[in-house]
Design a protein around this ligand. Structure first.
Ligand code: FE
Length: 219
């Protein structure tokens, strides 16, 4: 099986949020699908190990922001590679409380608010069926596709994403110096950059997830 071929399936980029006892929780997801049109129901898939999954089962309500191509990598890094369990992802994020949910408005084309009406157990993941209660358009910017995220922003799938492929094909040429971010998997390749990794300033940050040089390992 060539699992890489599954990358031809189209996805978007979204931030799902919920609120648990005044604590804001959220993460990036790429799987949002509209299931029905009248009184619309959408579905999302979340890894069982994901903190947002655990809390969403309890709160049973969420907001989903549809991210645009203008979304900066830091926002994706903040919501994509860290856990709300030990990080306040909302501290530096533009959001608004709507129906007691922290709706991320930064870089969002639109947002959806809804209630969880069913949860389907699928091995490592759960599919949440969500009845849409509110949808608002925020901008006319182009929504970001997962392909755009990978190809233009050079983003990687976090290990808990439904689309994650183990040992993502990174063609390693042993002659060259490559450094891998241990948080998000981003590869810094000296051969492709103007500055060698070792010469980067101490305050340099991973362009995908925002961690420092100390979180990189030499391959
Ligand atoms: Fe990183």
């Amino acid at each position: 099986m060539n699992l890489q071929a599954l990358n031809n399936i189209s996805y978007g980029m979204y931030i799902i949020t919920t609120e648990d006892n005044n604590k804001n929780i959220g993460c990036i997801i790429n799987t949002v699908t509209q299931i029905t049109s009248e009184k619309p129901i959408i579905s999302i898939s979340l890894n069982k190990e994901n903190y947002t999954n655990e809390i969403l089962k309890k709160t049973k309500k969420c907001s989903i922001s549809i991210l645009s191509e203008k979304t900066n990598k830091e926002l994706i890094g903040r919501f994509g590679y860290f856990s709300s369990k030990n990080t306040d992802k909302f501290k530096d994020t533009i959001y608004e409380k709507i129906d007691n949910l922290p709706v991320v408005k930064e870089s969002s084309c639109a947002y959806i608010i809804g209630d969880v009406i069913d949860i389907i157990n699928v091995e490592t993941h759960d599919i949440f069926l969500i009845r849409v209660k509110k949808v608002e358009q925020l901008t006319n910017d182009t929504p970001m596709t997962y392909k755009y995220y990978h190809e233009v922003l050079k983003g990687k799938s976090p290990s808990k994403a439904p689309t994650y492929i183990k040992e993502e094909n990174i063609n390693l040429n042993k002659e060259e110096n490559k450094y891998k971010c241990t948080v998000c998997g981003y590869i810094y390749d000296d051969a492709k950059e103007k500055i060698k990794f070792e010469d980067l300033k101490d305050d340099w940050k991973c362009p995908i997830c925002g961690v420092g040089k100390d979180k990189f390992i030499k391959l």
